[in-house]
Design a protein around this ligand. Structure first.
Ligand code: CA
Length: 228
């Protein structure tokens, strides 16, 4: 499977040339000319790396980067920021917002490909990453993006998975709805608390042990009890 890279860049000439070089280097590439479309696509199917232009129509690169970093599934998504000359301050802000690297326009496509390869290499043996989280008979495998209950796979949506991961990593702790919203849906999500409740209900239906293990703390949030 070739690694998948998304390019978010509104300047078509640059987007096309970057795409061409990355494809030649063996990557699968998708282009987006604005942040909103890219975000929608990433939430459905996250790439292995994101090349993100800073100045975009609508949601800019910084905002998109910040959002992606606030969501568990894309918290560690490798991001290279593309900045124009004279955007030095933004470049620094970009790194503070969590971009892994940046490259200044105009850049040579070869250099960009080299940076992409370097960043993939840097991220490969990620030993610190939590890969498997166990809760009684429930096993969540973040790497395989799978949940097993009594060794049988439970099919979850991306949001259900992220929500379950968030709760499992915080077992024994009270978690507020606001924190869940921020972490799983992103800061600017506007759907309100009902969305969480619906997802919790689905999780309890799909994973019966949560009916007793996951308690609702009225008008605050939830708590996944310690296993007995
Ligand atoms: Ca631009």
């Amino acid at each position: 499977m070739p690694k998948k890279i998304y390019i978010v860049e509104d300047e078509k000439d640059i987007a096309d040339i970057v795409r061409h070089y990355l494809k030649n280097a063996g990557y699968a590439v998708e282009n987006f000319d604005d942040g909103e479309n890219a975000l929608r696509r990433i939430r459905v199917s996250a790439p292995d790396m994101l090349l993100l232009d800073l100045m975009l129509p609508g949601m800019d690169g910084l905002e998109l980067c910040r959002l992606l970093r606030s969501e568990p599934q894309t918290k560690k998504l490798p991001i290279i920021m593309l900045t124009a000359k004279g955007e030095e301050t933004d470049k620094i802000v970009g790194l503070e917002m969590g971009a892994d690297d940046y490259i200044t326009k105009p850049f040579s496509p070869k250099e960009l490909v080299a940076r992409v390869k370097a960043l993939f290499r840097r991220n490969e043996p990620d030993v610190d990453k939590v890969k498997k989280v166990q809760y009684g008979k429930l096993l969540l495998d973040t790497e395989a993006h799978a949940v097993l209950l009594n060794q049988k796979e439970v099919i979850l949506t991306a949001k259900e998975f992220a929500l379950l991961e968030y709760l499992m990593l915080r077992k024994g702790r009270l978690v507020s709805r606001d924190n869940i919203l921020d972490a799983v849906w992103g800061m600017d999500y506007y759907g309100g608390n009902r969305t969480i409740d619906v997802h919790i209900r689905h999780l309890r239906e799909k994973i019966p042990l949560l009916k007793s293990a996951l308690t609702t703390i009225k008008s605050f949030g939830y708590k996944l009890k310690e296993e007995k």
